[in-house]
Ligand binder design. Sequence first.
Ligand SMILES: [Fe+2]
Ligand SMILES: [Fe+2]
Length: 374
Amino acid sequence: MKKFKSVETKYMEERQSLFSSLKNLDRRCFMKVTAAAMGAVLAKGLSTPFSFLPLKIDQAEASTGKAKSFRFAYISDSHIYEKDVNDRFVRSLLRAVDDVNSLDPQPDFVFYGGDLAQLGQEKELELGAQILKNLKAPVRMMVGEHDWYLDMGEKWRTLFGKPTYSWDHKGIHFVTLNSVVERDFWTKRGMTPMERMKTVAGLDNGVQSPFTVGSEQREWLQKDLAKYPVDQPVIVFSHSPLYKLYKNWNFWTDDAQEVQKILSRFKQLVVIHGHTHQLLTNRIGNIHFHGMLSTAWPWPYAPQGMPQLTIQMNRPDPFNPNDGCGDGEVAVHPDGLVDKIYSLWNRNQITVSRAYMVDWGKKNAPPRPNLSSY
Ligand SMILES: [Fe+2]
Ligand SMILES: [Fe+2]
């Protein structure tokens, strides 16, 4: 006779098999692993009804311009370690992949916002690449400082190609930048590659230089955008925000104003960034800025310099490691402005709408937090 197994035992066994599968993760066994992950989530009653709400785009607008409304999804800042060091962040990335694969209809593409790895190590980046291969929609990658400073991007480039590139999609011009270029602080100090990496990974150590886009990429950007008229819809991706928020934590791009000058030629333009791991909204002139959520952890809000349009997300529950984390979608309107959707894993989705940005926060404000920040 079959031995009776309690729900708890089954859950523990499923968890166990998930973790042992991670040790041998390849494309073939991925579906098994994600099925086990979902099984564990469901058995534990952790599944949230909030994640997969269908998104309405104003189709009326689609008929007026030549561009069409569409959506893309984003995943960012997974910070994965090698799986035998820490599997929590690996599981979170698996969860994000499941989330995005469950969207119906599927997004046109998935944008990855940088910091895939924690310490830029080959095995971290390879594992991340392997997991992201299981997304159904095509993936576009951006680099973060955690991916780069062990080998100065060698492995990342082998896996994902150039960090700076642009493309056109349904009437929108997209640009991806590497905004985490630092001045050489390591050679004079005789640092090893890992010492350099760990210095960059510690945001508030005062040793590293601030992030920049740098003159080389600014020139490239100028040339790339030169062929477009001022009413061209443009969306730019950067890892760090392309404005100066809080220098002590490197929530900052040092040549932001110079980059903004290049972008400000356009009637309206959207910048979507990673790195800050939180709901973050800003507008400088005609440039609209939106932060992406992290799958690994939410940063606290900076103690000063917060942009006026940011309505902070509710303070994360310190006892729930997934709270304040998530992924999301971007609904792109024909004029290139966006509804930015934050799919927080334990909460209702929050949308920072195009109308909110256009009216400088007077209309359509996202919900205000009822718990103050730490
Ligand atoms: Fe990050
Ligand atoms: Fe980062």
